[in-house]
Design a protein around this ligand. Structure first.
Ligand SMILES: [Zn+2]
Length: 337
């Protein structure tokens, strides 16, 4: 099915909100993760939102994020055709003002479905100003792209700033309405007590009531703006369910996939170490591939495709399970088209 634009993604989120289900929007830090996630989403008929940050785009582009973003989206475009679900790309966390050049590249390439711009570490007025400028910039582009921005502050160290006042972590409903009205954003990332990064899951005071209050305030003011929760890797199934019930259709996840990648590869290489490393007493003669020894390494263990397939299989299972957990499994808007 197609790799689609912001207009189509908007209908996907609307249907999710109406149907009470949601999506894990998944950060992709490696191509094997991408293929695994697509396989899993396709297997359970869930539309897929894949995300790429500037850093990951730079990784794909060997240091050039603009090249990496185009390569990533071209890959998505080609591989979406092989699935029976809708596939979308969100550019995650374009920090303003320091990454404005990258925002220009995102708009000019016109390859993404949506983009998240982030000035949430700035005071409210500056956040409004920078996000408003970014929204105008995106609307100027040829491709229809949704814009997500953040109000509040997700815990964890962001831009080197540590917030001490606990209340500063949570998004204020009235401020959210003002922010949406003044910036014109399509999606709003709210701070409800989750945490970016590997520290997630510990001592979190996750507040679905905050999400519900913000969602209700926005609806009461006549705004159809889906909420987003970042830092979802440490949330329990119960917490995700409570946030879905509070009207959140999009959860950002990244860390879990990174761990699954490393864990799958680590387990594989640990298990097959004897087939790859020479035993004691055998010369480490890689140049001749150990031609002078009785021992030789096994291609079925060292070929990169073998561990790559294991990673893809694992990530597919993870994505299928996550899609069941958020209820997006079986809900693809592209079925029967
Ligand atoms: Zn985030």
């Amino acid at each position: 099915m197609p790799y689609d634009d912001g207009a189509a993604l908007s209908t996907v989120y609307s249907a999710a909100r109406d149907g009470g289900y949601g999506f894990f929007a998944s950060n992709v830090t490696h191509f094997d993760i991408l293929l695994g996630l697509l396989r899993g989403a396709d297997r359970v008929s869930a539309d897929a939102v894949l995300q790429v940050s500037r850093d990951s785009a730079a990784f794909y582009g060997d240091g050039d994020p603009a090249v990496g973003l185009e390569a990533f989206c071209a890959y998505l475009d080609r591989f979406a055709e092989r699935t029976n679900v809708g596939v979308f790309c969100n550019v995650d966390h374009v920090h303003l003002p320091d990454q404005r050049d990258f925002l220009d590249a995102v708009v000019e390439s016109g390859v993404a479905s949506s983009v998240m711009v982030d000035a949430s570490d700035r005071p409210f007025e500056e956040n409004v100003e920078r996000v408003s400028e970014a929204v105008a910039r995106v609307r100027d582009g040829d491709r229809e792209m949704l814009v997500e921005a953040e109000l509040g502050r997700v815990a964890g160290t962001e831009s080197g700033v540590e917030t001490v006042a606990e209340d500063a972590f949570y998004t204020d409903p009235e401020r959210a309405v003002e922010f949406v009205e003044r910036t014109g954003v399509d999606l709003l990332a709210v701070s409800v007590g989750t945490r970016h990064g590997v520290a997630s899951g510990r001592d979190l005071d996750v507040r679905p009531d905050v999400a519900r209050d913000v969602d209700e305030a926005l609806r009461d003011a006549g705004h159809d703006v889906p909420l987003v929760v970042h830092g979802a890797s440490g949330l329990s199934d119960e917490q995700v369910e409570a946030l879905l019930g509070a009207g959140v259709p999009k959860f950002n996840k990244n860390t879990r996939y990174q761990y699954e990648y490393a864990r799958t590869a680590a387990d594989f290489y640990h298990e097959h170490a004897d087939a790859i490393r020479p035993p004691e007493g055998v010369d480490d003669d890689r140049g001749s591939m150990f031609a002078g020894a009785d021992w030789s390494p096994e291609k079925t263990s060292f070929h990169p495709h073998v561990v790559g397939e294991a990673v893809r299989d694992r990530l597919a299972d993870v994505m299928a399970d996550l899609s069941e957990a958020t209820g997006s499994a079986g809900q693809s808007r592209y079925i029967d088209r």
